[in-house]
Design a protein around this ligand. Structure first.
Ligand SMILES: Cc1ncc(COP(=O)(O)O)c(C=O)c1O
Length: 386
């Protein structure tokens, strides 16, 4: 066998092992999407798997803004923001974000993954220890691993575990999420802020699942818990979840953002967001701030679901992300298949995305679900467990 053949054989073996462990990931192709319903292989399903929590991905005003933005401003930005990729609409979007979220400056990124990489890779120095919540998203873990700093993880949402680490590691940065993507639970941000202040260390927050849905005008998890976004050392959130579009940003003080603008390689060496996308995000923010009914409906749906499913093994979450841990990957995959037969799409989440033995159904609720949709979901979940 040549070295090249050997390399290919290794790749094949890794995929075969994954298959044998029932851990193969297979993207599905959605043929039609309207938020509440998705069509896959010609069959419509009630969608309980997306992150379009407020139904903004198909709001007619957002679609119109996208189309107008493309016609007037272009489908692509044509370059890095440092060359000719920053257009007037990018400035408008960063200023709108600063105003909405109460942060001094904002930088735009093409994805939350890139923004998290930039945040940790650029801000952490060699002498730092990055202290990450155990359940942090892969983009934060990779950002920390690629930085010059050391990484340590604290038990999920556990303030005493973090306090102990802070005693041992005086030069650290604390990194957590506003709403955890697989469990749907939230840290006590006021307690975290106090702990970080006490130790004089920066607090960095990924609020991918909090922006838009938390806070009176959707300003996110911090404001919803009485912590101003300006009290964070750096905030990351993206536009592809509750805002229903794509892209992301980092928001912080002028000093922090000026630094990332100069030294953040993910920002400098990457094509800026498309102007059409910026136009759509601006419209989405506008609707998100004004149309309180979207959040009200979402929270009513969450409440309804939790009342109906109170006797089922659902995780403790008051957010749009509701998990039902089933144990093995096989059990989670079978449950997801059974639900599909009843016309319900709820994705099975397996290791390594979640810890071994905690494979689950990740159910996400949106403002677009009706009472009947939720009742049907709970009825089918109950059948699964009988
Ligand atoms: C908590 C969290 N952070 C970051 C990301 C990455 O964001 P994006 O999908 O915009 O790359 C995601 C979602 O994929 C996420 O759930």
């Amino acid at each position: 066998m040549t070295m090249l053949q050997d390399r290919l054989a290794q790749l094949q073996q890794a995929v075969a092992e994954r298959e044998a462990q029932q851990l193969m990931r297979q993207p599905v192709t959605v043929e039609h999407y309207n938020g509440r319903l998705i069509t896959i292989d010609g069959q419509p399903f009630l969608n309980f798997s997306g992150n379009d929590y407020l139904g903004l991905a198909t709001a007619p005003e957002v679609l119109q803004a996208y189309a107008d933005g493309a016609l007037k401003l272009g489908a692509g930005s044509s370059g890095s923001p440092m060359v000719t990729g920053q257009h007037a609409i990018h400035r408008q979007l960063t200023e709108t974000l600063s105003d909405w979220l109460g942060v001094e400056r904002v930088l735009l990124f093409s994805s939350g993954f890139a923004a998290n990489q930039a945040m940790l890779h650029t801000l952490a120095v060699k002498q730092d220890t990055l202290l990450l919540d155990k359940l942090s998203h892969a983009s934060l873990i990779d950002g920390a691993l690629h930085s010059d700093a050391r990484m340590k993880r604290f038990a999920h949402n556990n303030m005493s575990a973090l306090a102990r680490l802070l005693e041992q590691e005086p030069q650290s940065m604390v990194v957590t999420e506003g709403v955890f993507s697989m469990d749907g639970d939230c840290p006590d941000l006021a307690a975290l802020r106090s702990l970080c202040l006490q130790h004089q260390v920066p607090l960095l927050l990924d609020d991918a699942h909090g922006l838009g849905v938390k806070g009176s005008e959707g300003q996110g998890s911090g404001p919803a818990q009485g912590v101003a976004n300006s009290e964070l050392f750096c905030l990351m959130a993206n536009f592809g979840k509750a805002l229903g579009v794509a892209g992301a940003f980092l928001g912080a003080s002028k000093t922090v953002i000026d630094y990332i603008e100069q030294f953040g390689r993910h920002y400098i060496y990457s094509t800026a967001l498309s102007p059409a996308t910026c136009a759509a995000v601006l419209k989405s923010i506008d609707l998100c701030r004004k149309q309180h009914w979207r959040r009200d409906k979402l929270y009513n749906n969450i409440k309804k679901f939790r009342i109906l499913a109170a006797d089922l093994p659902i995780m403790n979450s008051d957010t749009a992300i509701q998990g039902m841990v089933l144990g093995s990957s096989e059990q989670a995959v079978n449950a997801s298949k059974q639900l599909k037969k009843a016309g319900i799409w709820a994705t099975a989440i397996r290791p390594p995305t979640v810890p071994a033995g905690s494979a689950r159904l990740r159910i996400t609720l949106s403002s677009q679900h009706s009472d009947e949709d939720i009742a049907l979901l709970v009825q089918q979940l109950r059948l699964l467990l009988l």
